[in-house]
Design a protein around this ligand. Structure first.
Ligand code: ADP
Ligand code: MG
Length: 385
């Protein structure tokens, strides 16, 4: 990717002196689903693919952006941002540029080429990777001070305001702060985080893509947010210190659960137990207790399927196929659900068998699933030649 994005830059803009290539990776969430906007815990890791941005400052105020993936070019004067179309690839890039310009941190024109090797829209957070890579490239080009946490928060704001996606902080945080060889346990309330070494021994993280478009995801996502808020509003009456589901202990929940409607009860049950599973899973990984880690992953899936109701037949079947394979310790859907990917913790000797299982999926749903085994995971930054 590095070579191809750089070559494309030279072909498009000429002389490549002063051009820098910045990469930010996508992420996969090991466990802790739908906990982020409840002020809870998440446990993502970066993957081995990402968004790549080649950038070089210009001497004038022109901004010229080329997307290799979409074969499109956008040009404008820095202080005259074109109309943003939410969801179009440029909304993420324009949003980052505009927010940094308004802060007076980006003050001149520049040329950019954007590419990437992540699956787009598959739940690996290519949008957060694109935002983060753009922001870090601009930081390199204009040399301003801003912490990675503040950059992640700015990227999240762009996703809200320019893409109209009300995401939590996990994706941008994981892309910007996730370290190679580690997973990242993040407290979404305080933003304190711990890098947990990914020493998996003979086990591997396997990602399978259902190839199902997440058509329902955004409306269901907003609905789940509201349902969680409804749970908080009710439980707060019994314990004033509750401001998010994060604050609801299992005991408090047990004591008052029956006062909630059955739907709200199920949603709260998921979030409260998932927070605990996330903490337990990070401790299990640290202790190299892979069996426990796998059990928690599977329990997370069951809760997302039955209580939070964000899975779908295709994801359930991929999880079933994985769990039916000897040597697989756990499997779950990952991301917002209704499509996207699953992850499994699989012994390295079981991976070929697992790959063969996918023909059953293809036969049942007439979809060709993708599968890849994470061998390394990347961290965001400027890439040296
Ligand atoms: P996800 O973040 O799960 O991959 P989203 O729908 O949030 O899915 O974001 C995907 C969108 O992000 C793509 O449709 C595209 O507009 C944009 N995008 C991500 N990466 C790139 C890239 N390398 N080049 C151009 N656009 C990209
Ligand atoms: Mg996204």
């Amino acid at each position: 990717m590095f070579e191809s994005v750089r070559t494309r830059f030279t072909d498009t803009f000429g002389d490549a002196r002063g051009v820098e290539v910045t990469m930010a990776p996508g992420r996969v969430n090991l466990i802790g689903e739908y906990t982020d906007f409840n002020d809870g815990f998440v446990f993502p890791m970066t993957v081995d693919r990402g968004a790549y941005v080649a950038m070089c400052p210009r001497t004038d105020q022109r901004v010229s952006i080329v997307s290799v993936r979409y074969e499109e070019r956008i040009e404008y004067a820095l202080d005259q941002m074109p109309k943003v179309v939410p969801g179009h690839w440029s909304c993420y890039v324009l949003g980052i540029i505009e927010e940094l310009r308004k802060l007076n941190l980006v003050t001149g024109g520049f040329d950019v080429v954007i590419d990437g090797d992540l699956h787009l829209g598959a739940g690996l957070s290519s949008s957060a990777a694109l935002e983060m890579a753009t922001a870090l490239a601009l930081q390199g080009a204009f040399g301003f001070e801003m912490s990675r946490i503040d950059i992640a928060t700015l990227c999240q704001r762009v996703e809200h305001q320019y893409a109209n996606v009300l995401c939590g902080i996990m994706d941008q945080f994981a892309s910007g702060l996730g370290r190679s060889g580690h997973a990242l346990l993040l407290d979404c309330r305080s933003l304190t985080h711990v890098d947990i070494p990914l020493q998996l021994g003979d086990y591997r993280i396997v990602i399978m893509s259902s190839e199902v478009k997440r058509a329902l995801a955004s409306s269901a996502y907003n609905q789940r947010r509201q349902e969680c808020e409804a749970g908080v509003a009710l439980l707060k009456q019994y314990e004033a210190s509750v401001t998010a589901l994060r604050d609801v202990t299992p005991d408090l929940f047990e004591a008052h659960a029956t006062k909630l409607s059955s739907t709200i009860q199920q949603r709260c049950q998921h979030v409260i137990t998932e927070n605990q599973r996330t903490l337990d899973a990070s401790a299990a990984l640290l202790a190299s207790d892979f069996h426990r880690f796998g059990e928690l992953m599977t329990a997370s899936h069951v809760s997302l399927r039955d209580n939070f109701e964000v899975s779908c037949d295709e994801l359930d079947y991929l999880v079933e196929l994985a769990l039916g394979t000897e040597g697989v310790l756990g499997a779950r859907m990952t991301g917002a659900g209704f499509g996207g990917c699953t992850i499994s913790l699989a012994h390295k000797d079981s991976i070929d068998t697992l790959a063969h299982q996918l023909s059953h999926y293809q036969a049942r749903f007439s979809l060709t699933p993708g599968m890849f085994v994470l061998k390394t995971n990347l961290e965001a930054g400027v890439i040296s030649p």
